[in-house]
Ligand binder design. Structure first.
Ligand code: UVW
Length: 325
C-alpha cells in the first residue's frame, strides 16, 4: 500500500518525513511516477471536442523581469545570407516565465536533495535529478483545473491578488466540490488563483515588490497534495505557494539554530514539496482561457501535455504545456 503523509512522518532515520525510497532507491522522478501507462491511457477520455489550449506565456512575458535575478531573454535573428534566417536566445533563465521546476530546484536545509542525492552531484554537467529525466518521459496525464479565483468570486469574497493570502486546503476542497470535480490518483492539479489575470491587467503598472496569493505554508498543504497522490501541481501564480512566504512553522532546524540565515526561502513549502516529497511544480501557467472554457462547459478535466526542454542536469525549464478538452 502507498504510504500516507502521516506514515512518512513515522519513518525512522534520515527518511523521517520524506518520501525517499518510496518510488525506488535510485528514483529521480518522484511523484511523476504516478503517471502510469494505465493513467495516461485513461486521460484520453478527457478529450471530447479536440480543442487545444496552450498554457504558456511568452518567454519574455515580463519586462522588467518578475524576479530580479532572472533576467529577460535576448532574442537575436540573423542570417548567413539574405535568403536565410537562424536565431539564438541569450540570457535565457529557464524559470523566468511559464515553467516547470524540477527536483534540483530546492534542497531541504536539514535533509538535502530529493532521495538523498548528494549536493555535490547537483551541479552543471551531471545527470542527478536533472530535468532531462522528466523530458525523457514527457508529462502526459489527466489535468484537473481548480478555479479557486472564480470560486472566491462566487462567494463574494474575491482573493486579494495584491496580497500573499494563504489559500488553505479546505478552500481547495470547497472549490472542488463547488465545481463538482473529484481528484483521482495520478492527476495533475492545475490551480488558477486569478493572479496572472490580475498581472496581465496591470501590465507595466505592476508593483516592483511582488506579492501573490497561493498555497498556504502549512504542513497540511503538503499532506493534502501527497495523500491525493497527485503526479504534479501547477498554478497561475509566481511560486505555487503564497509569496512572500509566511510559513514560520516550516522554518527548518538549520534556521532555528542559526546555521542558516533566514532568507526569502524561509518557511517555503517548496522545501517540503520538492526535496522531501519529490513533487515537480509548475508556475506561471496561463490557465485563464482554459479555465473559462471549463467554466462554460462545467467540466474541469483535461488531457495535459508538458514537455520540458532536454537540458542535461537542468533545474527547470519552460513548461511547453498544452491542454486538450
Ligand atoms: C520564487 O522564487 C518566487 O519561486 P520559484 O523559485 O519556485 O520560481
Amino acid at each position: 500500500p502507498f504510504p500516507s503523509y502521516a506514515e512518512l512522518q513515522q519513518r525512522s532515520g534520515v527518511c523521517r518525513g520524506t518520501a525517499w525510497g518510496v518510488f525506488g532507491d535510485d528514483d529521480q522522478l518522484g511523484t511523476l511516477n504516478h503517471l502510469t501507462p494505465e493513467r495516461v491511457k485513461r486521460s484520453i477520455a478527457s478529450v471530447r471536442e479536440g480543442l487545444r489550449f496552450t498554457l504558456n506565456l511568452r518567454l519574455d512575458a515580463f519586462e522588467p523581469p518578475l524576479i530580479a535575478h532572472r533576467g529577460s531573454p535576448e532574442h537575436h535573428v540573423f542570417g548567413l545570407n539574405e535568403f536565410h534566417r537562424d536565431d539564438r536566445i541569450d540570457n535565457l533563465f529557464t524559470q523566468a516565465s511559464t515553467q516547470i521546476d524540477g527536483l534540483r530546484h530546492f534542497a531541504h536545509p536539514d535533509h538535502g536533495f530529493y532521495n538523498g542525492f548528494d549536493a555535490t552531484t547537483i551541479v552543471k554537467g551531471t545527470p542527478e535529478l536533472g530535468i532531462q529525466n522528466v523530458a525523457e518521459q514527457g508529462i502526459v496525464g489527466r489535468g484537473i483545473v481548480v478555479d479557486v479565483g472564480r470560486y472566491r468570486d462566487f462567494l463574494g469574497m474575491p482573493i486579494d491578488q495584491s496580497s500573499n493570502e494563504q489559500i488553505t486546503v479546505s478552500t481547495l476542497d470547497e472549490a472542488l466540490e463547488w465545481q463538482g470535480t473529484s481528484l483521482e490518483s495520478g492527476d495533475i492539479l492545475l490551480l488558477r488563483f486569478g493572479w496572472l489575470d490580475h498581472m496581465k491587467r496591470l501590465g507595466s503598472a505592476r508593483p516592483a515588490l511582488l506579492q501573490s496569493p497561493g498555497l498556504a505554508q502549512l504542513d497540511e498543504t503538503a499532506a493534502w497534495l501527497w495523500d491525493k497522490q497527485l503526479a504534479m501541481v501547477a498554478a497561475d501564480n509566481i511560486a505555487l505557494e503564497a509569496w512572500p512566504a509566511t510559513g514560520s512553522p516550516l522554518t527548518t532546524t538549520a534556521e532555528q539554530t542559526g546555521l542558516l540565515p533566514e532568507s526569502s526561502h524561509t518557511g517555503m513549502l517548496h522545501r517540503i514539496l520538492i526535496p522531501l516529497l519529490g513533487l515537480t511544480i509548475g508556475e506561471l501557467w496561463d490557465l485563464d482561457r482554459l479555465a473559462e472554457a471549463c467554466a462554460q462547459r462545467n467540466r474541469y478535466d483535461v488531457l495535459l501535455f508538458a514537455e520540458p526542454l532536454t537540458i542535461f542536469g537542468g533545474v527547470g525549464s519552460p513548461a511547453n504545456a498544452i491542454a486538450v478538452i
